[in-house]
Design a protein around this ligand. Structure first.
Ligand code: BGC
Length: 507
């Protein structure tokens, strides 16, 4: 493949081709995303299966028999929600550990650890004979997610040529969406397999975990990570291999430079609290809050439950979830195509308006037509499904992928792994909050939950408009000079840092 990537505009011309090897590395690493997506998608289906409920959550199953009691509250059970959300809590803790492994041992071993955690977790959940085994399995899967989500986006951003970084990084999100979609399909078919369909569904995650484990043997370590750990010659070799050109000196020098600065920072977490780290730090954390408070996971985890709640039969509910899965995958390609062309900001702003309109329409229909115990009429139910799909589309090319891309590309090397770990753990925390609270919120707020998410979408749209700068095409180690220093708001922290350094030099 000989797509020569030349940097344009104000970016320095680091020479690079889009090599086959980089493509292979991207695909293999992104299997980490596929497992994450599979875990997201599988929970909703499994928790809707009677065999599973009868075995582990008999009281929920009892309640489900009286479906007509209340539309919005039938599955509201903290224990059931704990099954879904325990994974995210574990991932939250694991991402800090993963960050240390990522810096000390490299991105590649961190991915290998992830696949091992996944494999043990799959064994325990699919083979569970009691709830303890099930929850421990979920926690190990969570460790896999914490390690995978820490290493993969960083890996992708570091091996990609600057001009293609956005698109290549979004391959991670693409695999997340493929994972969710496959899980939806698996849910659909295993729901009819009695009594062990749920074991097959949970066991399916072993396949991508094995691919990640063996695949990771052939991918390279990132040049940045090698040079950071003083393996300069290996780093140079790796850079030459992934860029597919001989003349890599300029980029090599830029990485060495970044590593020198990074080596002076002994405690990256302390450095994160310094003013100069504030822009990527604040944006990285808020992006996670916003990504989750778009309400996407209310749909992803609980799509079958949600569709059942608004009056679809259980089969139709799973099928609708499969349809949203396909839309999610296809729309991510739009993100891959546009992110390095229109840039990040355009996607964030466009989708805020787009998602807001969808949430409002869904909320209004449910408020008007779905009483507490009634069901939606066919036409209204169809409109709800259509707007859920249109909403998923908007998320899939914006807040979904950019929630991972922007924090992986905006921290300087000295705080990259630590800063990204904080972002990953924030993501897991807010995912946990939604997973744990959504069914109760649905029960308490009813259709109001859609207006709640709408309000958040307005806030995030405004935040993106004023505070998220464009990072398209800017080399990863040049953000400070090219992005933060010229920004109307964030520059104050950069100037404060410059003053501080001047004073330090003088004294
Ligand atoms: C989010 C997940 C979400 C998925 C949906 C990801 O970017 O982090 O929480 O379920 O997108 O496609």
């Amino acid at each position: 493949m000989a797509v020569v990537v030349s940097s344009s505009g104000n970016a320095p011309a680091f020479k690079a081709k889009m090599t086959v090897y980089v493509f292979v590395c991207v695909v293999i690493a992104a299997f980490g995303g596929l497992i994450f997506g599979y875990d997201i998608g599988i929970s909703g289906g499994v928790t809707a299966m009677d065999d599973f409920l009868k075995k582990f959550f008999p009281s929920v199953w009892e309640k489900k028999q009286h479906v007509h009691e209340n539309n919005y509250c039938k599955y509201d059970n903290q224990f059931l929600q704990l099954f879904t959300s325990s994974l995210y809590l574990a991932a939250l803790v694991a991402s800090f550990l993963a960050s240390a492994v990522c810096s000390k041992l490299g991105r590649k071993p961190t991915m290998q650890f992830a696949s091992i955690f996944f494999l043990i977790g799959v064994g325990l959940t699919a083979g569970a004979v009691n709830i303890v085994m099930l929850i421990i399995g979920r926690i190990l899967l969570g460790f896999g997610v914490g390690f995978g989500n820490q290493a993969v986006p960083l890996f992708l951003s570091e091996i990609a040529p600057a001009q293609l970084r956005g698109g290549l990084n979004i391959v991670f999100q693409l695999m997340v969406t493929i994972g969710i979609f496959i899980a939806n399909l698996v849910n659909y078919f295993t729901a009819t397999v009695h009594p062990n369909g749920w074991r097959i569904a949970l066991g399916g995650a072993a396949i991508p975990a094995v691919i990640l484990l063996f695949g990771s043997l052939i991918i390279c370590e990132t040049p940045t990570s090698l040079i950071e750990r003083n393996k300069n010659e290996e780093g140079k070799e790796a850079l030459r291999k992934i860029r597919g050109v001989d003349d890599i000196n300029e980029e090599y020098e830029s990485i060495v430079n970044a590593c020198e600065i990074a080596s002076q920072v002994k405690d990256p977490y302390r450095k994160l609290l310094k003013p100069a780290s504030r822009p990527p730090f604040i944006i990285g954390m808020l992006l996670q809050l916003f990504q989750q408070f778009t309400g996407i996971n209310a749909i992803m985890f609980y799509a079958p439950v949600l569709f059942q709640t608004v009056g679809f039969g259980s089969d139709a509910a799973l099928l609708s979830a499969v349809i949203t899965g396909v839309i999610n995958v296809l729309s991510t390609f739009v993100g891959i195509y546009l992110v390095d062309r229109t840039g990040r900001r355009f996607l964030l702003l466009q989708s805020s308006v787009h998602m807001l309109i969808c949430q409002l329409i869904i909320g209004i229909i449910l408020a008007k037509d779905l009483g507490t115990t009634g069901t939606l009429g066919k036409p209204q139910a169809l409109v709800v499904v259509i707007f859920v799909c249109v909403y998923v589309m908007g998320f899939a090319w914006s807040w979904g992928p950019l929630g991972w891309l922007i924090p992986s590309e905006t921290f300087p090397l000295e705080t990259r792994s630590a800063g990204f770990a904080v972002a990953v753990s924030c993501n897991m925390f807010f995912t946990f909050v939604i997973a744990q609270a959504f069914l109760s919120m649905l029960c308490g707020m009813r259709s109001g939950i859609f207006f709640f998410f709408s309000a958040w979408i307005i806030v995030m749209g405004l935040f993106a408009m004023f505070f998220i700068p464009e990072t398209k095409g800017v080399p990863i180690d040049e953000m400070r000079e090219r992005v933060w220093k010229p920004h109307w708001f964030w520059k104050r922290y950069m100037l404060a840092e410059d003053d501080h350094q001047d004073v330090e030099k003088r004294t």
